[in-house]
Each structure stands twice: as C-alpha cells, then as structure tokens.
Design a protein around this ligand. Structure first.
Ligand SMILES: O=P(O)(O)O[C@H]1O[C@H](CO)[C@@H](O)[C@H]1O
Ligand SMILES: [Mn+2]
Ligand SMILES: [Mn+2]
Length: 415
C-alpha cells in the first residue's frame, strides 16, 4: 500500500528565510521564539517550563530547526544523532507568505504572480466596491473597513453589528476580504451569501480569499468565533499534485480547511472537524480506511488562528506539546510504505510585532517505516514536497521542485 499523509501545522515556521527582509521579518522564528520564552519561564500559563517536544525531536525537527537558524538550536531543545525521520527545511518561491500560496506550493504550484492587497490600514476597501457590495446584498451599510485582528474587531464592533445588521468587513497583510457576522442574529447562511457576492466583487482586485468569520455570544465579553469559518479561494494557477493524483484515479482526502484552500480542486473526499484534538482524531479515523494511492491531507489551523495571530506564546507552546504527544498514534497508524509529512505553510511568530504571518522556512519532516532517515537540508521550494509526492506515486513530474525521495533510501530489511 502506498499512501501519503500530509500534516500541515498551520504557521509553524522554523526560522526566517533569506528574503525575510522584503517582509519586515528578519529574525522571526516561530518555533525558536516559542522555545526561548518557554525556556526562560515566560510561557507558564496553563503549561510549564521548557518546551517539550520529544517525538518531534526524534523525528528530526530540532535538527532541522537548528540548521534553519544558522546553527542555533532553539533554547531548551536538543538535536539528536538518531532521528527516526528525514528532516529538512524549505524556503518559499511564492511571492506571498499567505496560506493559499504556502499550500499550493506544497502541492507543487508556487504562486509567482503578485496577489492584490488592500494595503490601506483604514478605509481599506475601494468605495465603489463597497457600494456594489451594499447594493447587491441589501445590507444597511458596513462596519470596519480596515486592517484588524479578527478577535479584536468583533469585540470592538460586534455589538454595533448586532444592533444595526451591518456586517463587519476587514482585511490584513494577507490578500483577503473577511466578513464577520453573528451566526444567530445575522444568520450563517446569510453570511455565506454575502461572501459569495464579495468573491465576485474582489476578483478584479486579484484577491486570494474571501473568508466568512462567524461568531456567537451575547456581548463584547462573550463573543467567540465558531468553527463555521469558510474560505472562498480562487483556484490554483495550474494543476497541483492533488489534481494529478485524483485524475489518475487516486483518492485525495481533505480534513479541515484543505478543500477550501485549494478551491475544492483535486479533492475527492472531505471531512470537517474543529479544534486540534478533533482534527487529529478525524485524521486517524480516515487513515484507517484510506485506500492504496491516496493522500490524507490535514490542516491544523488552530496553531495559526488561535495562537499565532493572537500572539499567544503559551497557547502555541501548549498546542505543540499536545500535538507532539499524539504523534506516536499517527506513526503507529500508518503502513510500512506510507510517507507521513509534517510541515507548515508559513510562519506566524507569536512574539513578532503586529498580528500577521512571518516569512519563514517551513519544516519538512518525513517519516517512512521502510526508508532510512536522512538529512534533507535546505530545500529551495516548498514544491519539493509536491515533486516528491508525484515521484512517489509515479505521476507526471511537476514543473517546480526536486524530489527528495532518492535521498531516503529503502531500508535493507524493508518488507
Ligand atoms: O485575525 P484573523 O481574523 O484571525 O485573520 C487572520 O486570518 C486570515 C487568514 O489567514 C488573515 O487575514 C489573518 O490575519
Ligand atoms: Mn496558514
Ligand atoms: Mn493566518
């Protein structure tokens, strides 16, 4: 049986890239700074002490993170000479440090064009676009129209939204148009309808995603976003390895927001779950039944949305420790020839100013029972992952990326 399981720890960067200066991110390091604060006793809320990642360490994560940071090992962690996984780190070819770019490049399709951005911090959206949005949706006006953190803006404007029925619209350094509405007072379906209208309207501005950000609660103190977030992305610019496998008769199984991120292209089955634990549970369940020639692809969004953007170091640390604890369940669940790939789509250093992503190397950690572990070193593109998958399944080669499969030699005693 040949299967690939891709686990994206959304925003889990392991050190700034060579081009981080273009993004204001020189020195950013999501893992490095979390480990540092943990080691210094500055991340002891709801957890304690140095960051504990024994399973990721055995897989080679700390070795990769050390190389990625020019030889500096994250504080409190240690490298190992006896890794059970192959490990490397990759820089990004895509022009942006956003989620679709990262994921598409992982699937072999870097985004070499520039996305459109709403870069004004206030009055961010063109008036003509907002006028058309109001006219087509029939809403009594809009609130927000600025750059914002999604949790802060619902706290600030949520009550006014409930009183007036005006949706909250906002953006960020990403190529996004986001709409926050109350699930009950405004209605979830109506919010989704608004997003469909907005999707059409932002096309001329070359915007990657429109995102529905529903929330619940009675007032500013109790507002909370729900798992009914929905991303309306444009389609990847060329065929991803997911599409190639699906067209060749394979199964591509999305768990979490993967299907949305690829605009549902190349996906043959999809499952939703909310929260790290339920996403992990669903992944294990799906792996049990996934057939030969399949990809099981999970996005663990909470690292990014609940901790990275929220600049919550102890929360991020606790989430990593939780994930690490569960890694053995995953490694036990796979077949001897399966590839398990742990990676990320960009960084989101919770110690960095602002609330946006950071341009960082992603970890490329690969586990295969029947193959020797190897140091995969610096990879020039996330697309090396997509190319490796194409190679593994014997699909037509991708235009970008270099397969690292030849570096992971079959074990002499492999079944
Ligand atoms: O602050 P929230 O709403 O979580 O927004 C974050 O999520 C969006 C998509 O990744 C980006 O705009 C980012 O800033
Ligand atoms: Mn992301
Ligand atoms: Mn994000």
């Amino acid at each position: 049986m040949k299967r690939v399981h891709i686990m994206v720890l959304d925003s889990f960067g392991i050190g700034a890239t060579r081009d981080a200066d273009k993004f204001g991110d020189v020195g950013a390091n999501t893992l490095g700074h979390i480990a540092q604060q943990c080691a210094r006793g500055q991340a002891d809320t709801d957890r304690e002490g140095p960051l504990k990642l024994p399973n990721f360490t055995r897989l080679g994560l700390v070795n990769a993170a050390t190389e990625s940071a020019g030889g500096q090992t994250p504080e409190g962690l240690t490298t190992t000479d006896a890794t059970i996984g192959s490990y490397g780190f990759a820089e990004e070819l895509s022009s942006g440090k956003d989620t679709p770019s990262g994921h598409w490049e992982i699937a072999g399709v870097p985004v070499l064009f520039d996305w459109g951005y709403f870069s004004e911090k206030e009055q961010s959206f063109p008036q003509s676009m907002l006028d058309a949005f109001i006219e087509k949706t029939g809403v009594p006006g809009i609130l927000g129209n600025c750059h914002a953190s999604g949790t802060e803006i619902i706290q600030r404007l949520g009550e006014e939204h409930m009183e007036t029925g005006k949706p909250i619209v906002y953006t960020s350094a990403d190529s996004v148009f986001q709409i926050a509405c109350h699930e009950e007072s405004f209605g979830l379906d109506r919010l989704y309808e608004l997003c469909e209208v907005a999707r059409e309207l932002v096309n001329e501005y070359n915007i990657g995603r429109v995102i529905a950000r529903p929330f619940i609660g009675d007032d500013a103190d109790t507002f909370e976003r729900t798992g009914n977030r929905k991303d309306l992305a444009v389609e990847p610019p060329s065929k991803t390895v997911l599409q190639k496998l699906a067209e060749a008769g394979g199964e591509v199984i999305s768990i979490g927001k993967i299907a949305d991120i690829y605009a549902h292209t190349g996906i043959t089955q999809k499952y939703k779950a909310t929260g790290l634990g339920p996403l992990f549970d669903k992944t294990l369940e799906v792996i049990q039944d996934a057939p030969d020639r399949s990809i099981v692809f999970t996005n663990f969004v909470d690292f990014d949305s609940s901790y990275g953007h929220r600049r919550n170091v102890p929360g991020y640390a606790a989430a990593l420790e939780y994930f690490d604890k569960r890694v053995p369940e995953l490694l036990d669940a796979v077949d001897d020839d399966d590839l398990v790939i742990f990676t990320a789509d960009h960084g989101c250093d919770p110690t960095w100013p602002g609330s946006d992503h950071t341009r960082e190397h992603i970890p490329v950690i690969v586990y295969c029972k029947n193959r020797e572990s190897a140091n995969l070193g610096l990879r020039n593109s996330f697309a090396d992952i997509g190319q490796t998958i194409a190679d593994y399944f014997g699909l037509e080669a991708m235009d970008y990326g270099e397969s690292f499969l030849p570096t992971m030699k079959p074990k002499a005693n492999a079944a």
